[in-house]
Design a protein around this ligand. Structure first.
Ligand code: ZN
Length: 390
């Protein structure tokens, strides 16, 4: 059995100065149009796509210089944004009814930055992957032969599997396209055993094989960054803020690279040994990082979620089964005798069971608990196999 998953490939555009101007003007026009459509939606309460489109279509085309397809995409973008807001409100992400945040979000039309991302479909954007160029509709007419840079693998992926829309993005002074690819993946095999993976701050990932995939390089990098960040934060000028933002992005990219390496190692090991991969359910983060409003919490929860997502999608492509388990007490339970006690965890690095006397690296003990839980869950058949890539 073969399944299809979506994978997003990012390429960096290398437009000439003229092409870059045309791209910028196009994003600006699309987002100004989106702001107009958003106001209409807010004023009339019409947030369904067909209804909204028939109200604004002609005007969007004429006043904002958009051709038919971009006009349709703009309306869809606005509808999607309102749907997301509605879902967030319903899920309580903006606080209770009457809260400041929620009132603020609901009191005015959703607005789009002038350089917010815009989706282009095949009629407005065509790819020449072999030549590493795209042709794209802009408000200054169709631009042909815009060059882009990407790896050999990414180019092949685009040539073979790209489907549907791509997003045009301007970020940190550079232009990007995000292409969506539909890739067939094998159904997961029946695992002979499980590799438990414990996610942590000191050791990013520890496996039940006893392998510690540390982010020491990442942690060193972060320490260095923190000094820079503190300096910039003290300044409070506009340019300091801009540089701070760029610095955070760079730190994220570094963490992303680290996560790519770690997830690759884990998935390759599982594949080679015909085992499945057991991860904690992401709610486990809360137990680990207590200071919720701390910047560290935000960064780490983001990094944890990303590592989990990378493992899942790499595993999926290789047909390796992945199971998420309940993370409660994985750090306090003995992986030899199941005795659970707070004091079993002696310190950050050491686990010593008060019942059976077993001592072990604390994260390895945790990962073994995760492994046991996955085997148990798999046997009981209560497993939610992930079905989509991030
Ligand atoms: Zn024990």
């Amino acid at each position: 059995m073969v399944r299809v998953v979506k994978i997003v490939v990012r390429v960096k555009l290398e437009p000439s100065a003229y092409q870059a101007d045309a791209l910028a003007a196009t994003l600006r026009a699309c987002n100004r149009a989106a702001n107009h459509v958003s106001e209409v939606a807010f004023r009339t309460g019409e947030k369904r796509r067909n209804g909204l489109q028939s109200m604004v279509y002609r005007q969007v085309k004429e006043d904002f210089d958009l051709s038919a397809q971009p006009a349709v995409r703009v309306v869809k973008k606005v509808c999607d944004a309102y749907a997301t807001l509605k879902a967030n409100v319903r899920a309580g992400n903006l606080g209770l009814k009457g809260s400041k945040r929620r009132n603020k979000a609901e009191a005015k039309p959703i607005s789009f930055r002038e350089d917010a991302a815009q989706a282009f479909d095949d009629r407005c954007l065509s790819w020449q992957a072999a030549k590493r160029t795209v042709s794209i509709w802009t408000t200054a007419g169709r631009l042909k032969g815009i060059r882009f840079a990407c790896s050999e693998d990414a180019a092949k992926m685009i040539a073979d599997h790209r489907q549907g829309e791509s997003d045009l993005l301007f970020r940190d002074g550079a232009w990007y396209l995000f292409a969506t690819c539909d890739v067939s993946v094998p159904a997961p095999y029946e695992p002979t055993d499980w590799i438990g993976v414990d996610l942590g701050i000191v050791n990013i990932a520890t496996t039940s094989d006893g392998k510690v995939l540390s982010g020491r390089r990442l942690e060193r990098y972060r320490k260095r960054m923190r000094t820079n960040v503190a300096k910039l934060q003290a300044k409070r000028t506009k340019s300091a803020k801009r540089r701070l933002k760029a610095l955070r992005r760079r730190e994220q990219r570094f963490a992303t690279d680290t996560n790519h390496c770690i997830s690759k190692t884990i998935v390759k090991t599982a594949e080679r040994t015909s085992r499945g991969i057991a991860l904690e359910d992401l709610t486990g983060i809360r137990e680990r990082v207590k200071a919720k409003h701390d910047q560290r919490y935000r960064l780490h929860s983001w990094a944890f979620a990303q590592l989990g997502a990378f493992v899942e999608y790499k595993a999926q492509r290789a047909g390796v089964p992945v199971v998420r388990v309940n993370p409660a007490h994985t750090s306090r339970q003995c992986s030899a005798c199941w005795h659970t006690h707070k004091q079993n965890r002696v310190d950050q690095a050491t686990f010593a069971c008060r019942a059976c006397g077993m001592t072990m690296h604390a994260d390895v003990n945790g990962s073994r608990n995760i492994r046991h839980r996955a085997a148990d869950a798999w046997q009981r058949g209560k497993v939610n196999c992930p079905t989509s890539a991030p």
